[in-house]
Design a binder for this molecule. Structure first.
Ligand code: ADP
Ligand code: GLC
Length: 487
C-alpha cells in the first residue's frame, strides 16, 4: 500500500492544532502496518530544516509547479519523520511560505495551498512514484481528488490512484472567489449553484474534496453523524449526506512517545498509574509556574486551547466569577486566538490573582505541564470533531469536563450517568448553567478520594494508542482502492 499523505501542518515541524498531531502520528502508524508513505507539506519559515536532518533535493532543483496561470519554481527538502520510515517532502517556496505564520489572511492564501497540492503531484511524477491512495487532510489539500481526475488524468502513473479526504474540522472550508478555480487549473464547468464546488456563491476547497474523493472520513464516529445534520454541517450537510455511504468516522489516537506521563520530559515529576501520588508534584510545580498558592485540597481546572468560538468559552464567561467566588477552586489557562477571549482570561487573572493563572501564547512544554498538573481539564466546545486534549488528560489522570459532542462524546463517559464507573463529566445542553452544574458535580467527587483515584485509573488504563485507528485507516485505504478500481 503506497500512500501519499498531504497536510498543511505536521508535528514536529509546524503546528497550530490537532491536525498537526494527527499528521505526525498517523503516517508512522500506518507505516508500521506495512504502508509506504510519502508526506508532503510546505516549508514554512519557522521550520529549521537542518535541525531535523533534511537535505536539499538536488534532483528537484527549481522544479516548476503550476499555480495561478504560471509555473512557479520551487525547491524541495527531503527527510523523514523522526524515528520512522515515513519520507517527508518539504515544499520550499519563500514567496508563499515565508509569511511568519502557517495560515494568513493574505489575498493569495488560496495560491499557497494550490501550490502545495500541485507540488505533491509534480514530485510523484518526477520520481515516477505511483500511489495507491492520496490521503488529503482538511481544505488545504482537498483539491487533489479533483486535480487527479482532470489536470493529471492524462498520466498513467495515477491510473490506480484512489483518494481519501479526512475532515478534521468542518468549520474551516477554504472558501475563495471563483477565480481560485482558474488558479488551481480546474474547470469552472463544475462550478454552479448547488454544484460540487460551489458554496455561498464562492469556490469551496472542502466541498470540492467531498464531491470528488473516493472516500470521505472524519475524526470520530459521532462527528461523522453530526456533520450530516444542518446543526453541525456548516452548510455542507447535504453534500455529506449525498456521500453518506462513503463517509466514515475514525477516532484519532494519541502518540505515546509524545504524550505519556511516565516519560514526558516536560514534567516536574514523571508518574504512572502505580505512582499517581507523584502527580501532586506536577500540580505544585504548575502553580509555582503561575505564582499561585498550592493547597492539595483545592482542585485546579486546566485549559489548553485555541481561543476560538468553537471551543465554547462563551459558556464559561457568565459563570466564572460566581464559580471562583463560591468555590475553592483554581484555574490555569494556556491559549491564544480571539482577542475578546484572551482579554476575558486576562481579566480573570487580574481579578482573582490567587486563583487564576493565564499564559496567552503558544507553549508546548506548558501544555504538557498543565495536562499533568491540573486535576480537571475543561473543554466546553460547541463542536469538537475529535479533540485530543481530553484524551491527553485521561492518559495523565486529569479528569475531563466536556460538552457531550463529537469526539468528546466518544471518549468521555459521565461519572454519574455511568453509575460511578465513568472517566469524566459531561453535559448535553450547551448552556452556562449546564456547565456550572457539571463543574459543581465534579468538584464534589474530587473530595471522595477513593472514587477519584478509581476514575483516574480508568482513564489512564484506556488504550488510546494509534494502533487500532491506523488499522481502520488501512481498511479505508483498501476500500478506496477497491472502489476506484471498480472491484
Ligand atoms: P484543535 O485541533 O481543534 O485545536 P485538539 O484538541 O485536537 O483541538 O488539538 C489541540 C492541540 O493543540 C493539542 O495538542 C494542544 O495541546 C495543542 N495546543 C492548543 N493550544 C495550544 C497552546 N496555546 N500552546 C501549546 N499547545 C497548544
Ligand atoms: C481539528 C479538530 C479537533 C481534532 C483535530 C485533529 O482541529 O478541531 O477536534 O482533534 O482536528 O483531527
Amino acid at each position: 500500500m503506497r500512500v501519499a499523505f498531504c497536510s498543511s501542518e505536521v508535528v514536529p515541524f509546524a503546528k497550530t492544532g490537532g491536525l498537526a498531531d494527527v499528521s505526525g502520528a498517523l503516517p508512522p502508524a500506518v507505516a508500521e502496518l506495512g504502508a509506504e508513505v510519502k508526506l508532503f507539506m510546505p516549508l514554512y519559515d519557522s521550520i529549521p530544516v537542518d535541525d531535523y536532518g533534511f537535505i536539499y533535493a538536488q534532483d528537484l532543483h527549481q522544479m516548476p509547479v503550476p499555480v495561478a496561470g504560471r509555473e512557479q519554481p520551487v525547491n524541495v527538502f527531503y527527510g523523514h519523520l523522526p524515528d520512522s520510515e515515513v519520507e517527508v517532502y518539504l515544499i520550499d517556496c519563500p514567496h508563499y511560505y515565508h509569511r511568519g505564520s502557517i495560515y494568513t489572511d493574505d489575498a493569495d492564501e488560496s495560491e499557497r495551498f494550490i501550490l502545495l497540492q500541485h507540488a505533491a503531484f509534480r514530485i510523484m511524477q518526477r520520481y515516477a512514484w505511483s500511489p495507491d491512495v492520496i490521503h488529503c487532510n482538511d481544505w488545504q489539500s482537498a483539491l487533489m481528488p479533483a486535480m487527479l481526475r482532470t489536470v493529471y488524468d492524462w498520466d498513467d502513473l495515477f491510473k490506480p490512484t484512489a483518494t481519501v479526504l479526512s475532515i478534521h474540522n468542518i468549520g474551516y472550508q477554504g472558501l475563495f472567489a471563483p477565480s481560485a478555480i482558474d488558479k488551481a487549473g480546474l474547470s469552472r464547468a463544475a462550478w454552479y449553484q448547488g454544484g460540487p464546488m460551489e458554496m455561498h456563491g464562492a469556490f469551496s476547497f472542502l466541498k470540492t474534496g467531498i464531491s470528488y474523493s473516493d472516500i470521505v472520513s472524519t475524526v470520530s464516529e459521532t462527528y461523522a453523524h453530526e456533520i450530516q445534520t444542518p446543526e453541525f454541517g456548516a452548510g455542507l450537510d447535504s453534500a455529506l449526506r449525498a456521500r453518506g455511504g462513503d463517509l466514515y468516522g475514525i477516532l484519532n489516537g494519541i502518540d505515546p512517545a509524545v504524550w505519556n506521563p511516565a516519560t514526558d520530559p516536560h514534567l516536574a515529576a514523571n508518574y504512572d498509574v502505580e505512582s499517581l501520588g507523584d502527580k501532586a508534584k506536577n500540580k505544585k510545580a504548575l502553580l509555582a509556574d503561575f505564582g499561585l498558592p498550592y493547597d492539595p485540597k483545592v482542585p485546579v481546572l486546566g485549559i489548553v486551547s485555541r481561543m476560538a468560538e468553537q471551543k465554547g468559552f462563551d459558556l464559561l464567561q457568565p459563570i466564572l466569577e460566581p464559580l471562583l467566588r463560591e468555590h475553592a477552586v483554581q484555574l490555569v489557562v494556556l491559549g491564544s486566538g480571539q482577542p475578546n477571549l484572551e482579554n476575558f482570561f486576562n481579566w480573570a487573572a487580574t481579578t482573582f490573582p490567587r486563583q487564576v493563572g493565564v499564559y496567552v501564547g503558544y507553549n508546548d512544554a506548558l501544555a504538557h505541564r498543565i495536562e499533568a498538573g491540573a486535576d480537571f481539564f475543561l473543554m466546553p466546545s460547541h463542536y469538537e470533531p475529535c479533540g485530543l486534549n481530553q484524551m491527553y488528560s485521561l492518559a495523565y489522570g486529569t479528569i475531563p469536563i466536556v460538552h457531550r459532542t463529537g469526539g468528546l462524546a466518544d471518549t468521555v463517559h459521565d461519572w454519574h450517568e455511568m453509575g460511578g464507573q465513568g472517566n469524566g463529566f459531561s453535559f448535553y445542553d450547551p448552556s452556562p448553567f449546564a456547565l456550572m452544574t457539571t463543574i459543581v458535580r465534579a468538584l464534589a467527587i474530587f473530595k471522595d478520594k477513593k472514587a477519584w483515584r478509581a476514575m483516574q485509573r480508568r482513564g489512564m488504563e484506556t488504550d488510546f494508542s494509534w494502533g487500532k485507528s491506523a488499522a481502520r485507516y488501512m481498511d479505508l485505504y483498501w476500500r478506496a482502492v477497491h472502489k476506484h478500481r471498480g472491484e
